[in-house]
Design a protein around this ligand. Structure first.
Ligand SMILES: Cc1ncc(C[n+]2csc(CCOP(=O)(O)OP(=O)(O)O)c2C)c(N)n1
Ligand code: SF4
Ligand SMILES: [Mg+2]
Length: 260
C-alpha cells in the first residue's frame, strides 16, 4: 500500500488557526497525566506504549514500576503493572520473567529509584543476563520528593540539595548507569536516548523497540536510559527544559547505542 503524499505550503502564513487532524494518542493511554507542564516522562511513556502496541505484545506484557513522578502512570496505562519497593523493580521483574518466560517484562524506574535506591538491583540483573528490559527515566533529580540531588545529577547542576551546583568534592561524581551496565557481560542491548527533541523522541522509540525485540529473542538483558526534562526540579521555565537538558545532561551522557 502506498501512502498519500501530503505537501504543506509553508511560503505563506496559514489561512486559519491550527486544528487537530487526527487523534494520534495510543489507545493504551487511558487519560491525561497529572505531571508538571514540560515534564519529559509522559513523552517517554507514550513512545513506550506505542512500541508495545506496534510489536503486538500488550496482552503478554507486564510492567514493574518504581517510585517517582512516573508512578502515577499506573492509573493511565492499559498494561498489566505492579509497583514494588523503591529501587527493587529489577528483582521483581526477574521473578516474574522466570515464572512467565513467555511474557515481555519491563521496569520503569527513575534515576533516584535505579541509581540511588537500588543500583545493585539493576547491576546484578544485568550481570545475570536476565531477559528483561529496564527503562531508566533519568532527569538527574528526585523529582517526586522535591528535586533533590541524585547519583546521576551532573557536575554544576543546581538541585534543591546542591543550590550552588553539584560539586565533585562535596557530592562526588555522577554515576553513568548505562555505561556501567554496558560493561557487564550479561547485557545484550544498552542504549541512551532523550525526549528533548523530535529526533530524540523518534530515536528513543527505535531504541525501546530494539530492547524489547532483544528480550523476546532471548538474547539477554536490555536497558534503555532516557534523558527526560524536569523543569520543576531544575528551576527552569518549562519551555527551557529541552535546551537545558541538551546543554547539561546530554554533554555528560551522550546519546546512542552502547551494546547491540
Ligand atoms: C524506601 C523509600 N525511600 C524513599 C521514598 C520516597 N520517594 C518516593 S519517590 C522518590 C523520588 C524518586 O526519584 P526518581 O526515581 O528519580 O523519580 P522522579 O520522581 O524523578 O521521576 C523518593 C525518594 C520511598 N517511597 N521509599
Ligand atoms: S517534578 Fe519533575 S519529574 Fe516530577 S512531574 Fe514535575 S517535571 Fe516531571
Ligand atoms: Mg528522577
Amino acid at each position: 500500500m502506498t501512502r498519500e503524499q501530503v505537501t504543506i505550503d509553508t511560503s505563506q502564513p496559514p489561512s486559519g488557526p491550527a486544528r487537530k487532524v487526527a487523534d494520534f494518542r495510543p489507545s493504551l493511554l487511558l487519560g491525561e497525566h497529572s505531571l508538571c507542564p514540560g515534564c519529559g516522562e509522559p513523552v517517554a511513556l507514550r513512545v513506550l506504549l506505542e512500541v508495545l502496541q506496534e510489536l503486538d505484545i500488550v496482552q503478554r506484557t507486564i510492567g514493574v514500576v518504581g517510585h517517582g513522578c512516573y508512578g502515577s502512570f499506573v492509573r493511565i496505562m492499559d498494561v498489566d503493572v505492579l509497583q514494588c519497593l523503591h529501587g527493587r523493580a529489577p528483582s521483581c521483574a526477574t521473578g516474574i520473567k522466570r515464572v512467565r518466560p513467555e511474557c515481555a517484562v519491563f521496569t520503569m524506574q527513575g534515576d533516584g529509584d535505579m541509581a540511588n535506591e537500588g543500583l545493585q538491583e539493576v547491576l546484578h540483573a544485568a550481570a545475570r543476563g536476565e531477559k528483561i528490559t529496564c527503562v531508566l527515566l533519568n532527569n538527574g533529580v528526585f523529582g517526586d520528593t522535591g528535586g533533590q540531588l541524585t547519583a546521576t545529577t551532573v557536575l554544576g547542576q543546581r538541585t534543591k540539595t546542591s543550590l550552588a551546583g553539584r560539586d565533585a568534592e562535596a557530592h562526588g561524581y555522577p554515576i553513568p548507569v548505562a555505561d556501567l551496565v554496558a560493561g557487564l557481560r550479561g547485557t545484550a542491548y544498552v542504549a541512551r536516548g532523550a525526549v528533548s527533541t523530535a529526533g530524540g523522541v523518534a530515536q528513543t522509540k527505535r531504541m525501546l523497540r530494539r530492547a524489547f525485540e532483544t528480550q523476546l529473542s532471548g538474547a539477554g538483558f536490555s536497558l534503555v536510559e532516557i534523558l527526560t526534562m524536569c523543569p520543576t526540579g531544575w528551576f527552569v521555565p518549562a519551555a527551557e527544559g529541552p535546551g537545558y537538558l541538551g546543554e547539561s545532561m546530554e554533554q555528560i551522557y551522550p546519546l546512542g547505542e552502547l551494546v547491540t
